[in-house]
Write a protein that binds this ligand. Structure first.
Ligand code: CDP
Ligand code: MG
Length: 679
């Protein structure tokens, strides 16, 4: 969206008076920003503080508990400290899981500040690629994925005396698997007469009965919340363009509200957020005198940590902070000063169809629970206002709860992880919400095709290859590709490619500079596709000493590139530990593509006589995504990294391969496919 397409709201709406915006039902009532309060006093001022004694008494007795309390009541920061202060679980570590890395880090920082200790000492955190804990750590914030990986080495979770599964409503695959793993560890420790494991499930919005039943009738503790009142406004008409609607709303607020009132906008993904950030910054430069300054900051999971932390700082005096975020800011993270929430009602999330075997990333509507969670972000510190960019009718039609991720994603990773955890029968594993048998079967089939599992006396077990695959924090298809790369003498290159595909795009594509971008990119483009083009870019980046200036000139996102280096180093370490020979294929790209074809044969598509593409797996009609370097080409056979559904079903990140290589990789599989096509 360009500046031209933005109409200054003053023309559309009359600022100042209540009900001034014809698009909104209701009024705006700004209030003053609060003075900073000393941290101890802040702790005592939290709603949960009133319940402290009672809570400690109950938690001391209980094996498992479900705690529900409004956002901002103090659950996450206070409960671990209350337990610690009351000497509950001092024999081990009090672990608190978070679905997101940035939440784990910022919470650990906050709690160590409250305890007046250095981060990494009493209070620490552990997330992928970063472990800030020590022998002294007693309160540990970690991502659900990290706790799951720890459980692989220690299924009884012996180091922990308490595990708090926080933000349970998010129902990420990892949290869902953890429910089962933690429940099993708790039972086994009891049977073995070991130190009991206390399990606490927490959230602001969740199906409490489901969790209570699952944890053997664990009591539900309700916390009185002191959520400040929040006014909710809906649009009168459905909005066809949520980006435009969000932009108009942000500037309307900006013109009317005092500069100390910050705005949080929920969008769906990195590209959209970066574009909107830029548009807001551009518009803000040309606002009339008397309008406050605007500090616009993006926030999404793949943004480097240091940049994510910027959103927690106060904006300079007379500046309004506008944070444009994915649903990462929906839970856990407290951003000070937020008075207004602008909710587009959209989220980018996975959808999975086990019949077609397709896992698709799609922008879709949020659930009611998510809408309320977003709204709650406006009332953490004071009364607030939430603008929902959808009508009340549309809101009523939303799903009540978010469908657990485990019921809408490809389960190959989950099944692999459960097998490493030595779960005897995957199909009867005690899930909180069972994924369909079809999804589980299809995941087992995929792992079988990858050579990760085998049947022994009717039991599904991991092959030696499968065990190695589980050592990588990656999707099975990627770990397999890395593991077979030594056979193709191209491990260096495959590590680079997998690292590049594991982070958000390193390509920076400012729409206003399309021609310049194209000119700069030309020298890297490989007719063999996106993987090879990315590899060329990485090589140039590395040869030139990882130069930031070079990144800028070539429209490469240097932050994401640095992340690639980190991810790559970690993956390389795992290979070295396995004594894999690490060779480079140098200028030979055939080996690399052959290796990719052997690892990713399930993600292949073929050109049809009519010029369209269909996937080999399910004959789904797919197109080459416009962002691909192969967009204007028609290779006969490709593998793709993922499918994205917008107006059409698109393949993203493609590599040109030979159909023969695919056949070599899994002859049985392709013979079966061929037979099915002929029938
Ligand atoms: O978990 P819950 O939503 O109940 O609240 P919390 O995360 O424990 O946060 C309680 C309060 O601590 C917030 O309202 C903030 O005032 C403060 N906090 C903060 O300033 N910075 C953080 N990173 C986390 C919490
Ligand atoms: Mg919390």
């Amino acid at each position: 969206m360009s500046q031209d397409s933005y109409h200054p709201p003053a023309k559309k709406f009359k600022p100042g008076s209540p009900h001034s915006n014809p698009n909104w039902r209701g009024a705006m009532q700004p209030g003053p920003r609060k003075q900073p309060v000393p941290i101890d006093q802040q702790r005592r001022g939290l709603p949960i503080y009133q319940a402290r004694a009672q809570l400690i008494g109950q938690l001391r007795q209980l094996e498992s508990a479900v705690i529900i309390g409004e956002t901002g009541s103090g659950k996450t920061t206070q409960i671990p400290q209350y337990l610690y202060e009351a000497s509950i679980g001092r024999q081990g570590i009090i672990g608190v899981t978070q679905p997101r890395r940035v939440a784990a880090i910022s919470l650990a920082a906050r709690v160590s500040e409250e305890r007046k200790t250095e981060l990494g000492k009493l209070v620490g955190y552990s997330v992928r690629f970063e472990d800030v804990t020590s022998e002294e750590t007693k309160i540990k914030f970690l991502t659900d994925g990290m706790l799951l990986r720890e459980a692989i080495g220690d299924p009884l979770m012996r180091r922990y005396s308490v595990v708090i599964l926080d933000e349970a409503h998010e129902r990420t695959v990892h949290t869902d698997v953890l429910f089962g793993v933690v429940k099993t560890a708790q039972r086994k420790r009891k049977e073995l007469g070991k130190l009991p494991l206390k399990v606490i499930i927490m959230s602001a919005t969740m199906d409490v009965d489901l969790f209570s039943q699952y944890f053997n009738g664990a009591p539900v503790l309700y916390l009185e919340g002191r959520q400040h009142p929040i006014q909710v406004f809906y649009t009168k008409q459905p909005q066809s363009d949520y980006l435009q609607a969000a932009l108009v709303t942000v500037f309307q607020i900006h013109q009317e509200a005092p500069s100390s009132h910050d705005i949080l906008v929920f969008l769906t993904g990195q590209e959209e957020i970066e574009a909107m950030t830029k548009t807001c910054r551009d518009i803000a430069k040309h606002l009339p005198d008397g309008c406050p300054q605007m500090t616009v900051m993006p926030l999404y999971a793949s943004l480097p940590h240091s940049q994510q932390l910027r959103v927690f700082q106060n904006a300079p005096k007379d500046h309004r902070k506008v944070i444009i975020s994915t649903n990462i800011a929906e839970t856990s993270i407290t951003i000070t000063g937020i008075k207004y929430v602008v909710d587009t009602g959209m989220v980018k999330a996975k959808k999975y169809n086990p019949e077609s075997g397709l896992e698709i990333l799609a922008v879709q509507r949020i659930s009611k629970a998510q809408a309320w969670q977003r709204t709650g972000r406006a009332g953490r510190e004071d009364s607030g206002i939430c603008y929902r960019l959808y009508t009340e009718d549309e809101f009523e039609k939303l799903e009540k709860m978010t469908v657990p991720e485990i019921q809408r994603c490809n389960l190959a990773s989950v099944v692999l992880q459960l097998l490493v955890l030595r779960v005897p029968n995957i199909l009867t594993f005690d899930f909180v919400s069972k994924p369909s048998q079809d999804s589980l079967q299809s995941a087992i089939e995929q792992l079988d095709l990858l050579g990760a599992v085998e049947k022994k006396e009717d039991q599904l077990i991991l092959t030696p290859l499968g065990k190695k695959m589980a050592a990588f924090p990656l999707e099975p298809k990627f770990s397999k590709t890395i593991l077979i790369s030594s056979k193709f003498h191209c491990t260096e290159e495959i590590l680079t490619i997998v690292a590049l595909l594991s982070v958000d795009s390193v390509l920076h594509n400012p729409p206003a500079k399309r021609d310049e971008v194209q000119a700069a990119r030309r020298k890297f483009i490989s007719s063999e596709g996106d993987h090879m083009t990315l590899l060329n870019i990485y090589r140039a980046f590395k040869n030139l000493g990882k130069n930031k200036e070079w990144c800028r000139e070539n429209f490469i996102n240097s932050r994401n590139m640095m992340m690639v280096l980190e991810v790559r180093a970690q993956l390389r370490d795992i290979c070295i530990k396995m004594s894999m020979p690490i060779e480079s294929s140098r200028t030979d790209t055939r080996n690399i593509r052959q290796c990719l074809a052997h690892g990713m044969f399930m993600n292949a598509a073929e050109l049809q006589p009519d010029g369209t593409y269909t996937t080999v797996e399910t004959h789904q009609l797919v197109s080459i995504h416009p962002s691909s370097f192969l967009f204007h080409c028609k290779p006969a056979c490709v593998i793709y990294n993922e499918l994205l559904h917008t107006s059409k079903c698109y393949m993203r990140d493609l590599c040109v391969v030979d159909a023969d290589w695919l056949f070599e990789a899994a002859p049985e599989y392709f013979r079966r496919k061929l037979k099915r096509t002929k029938n």
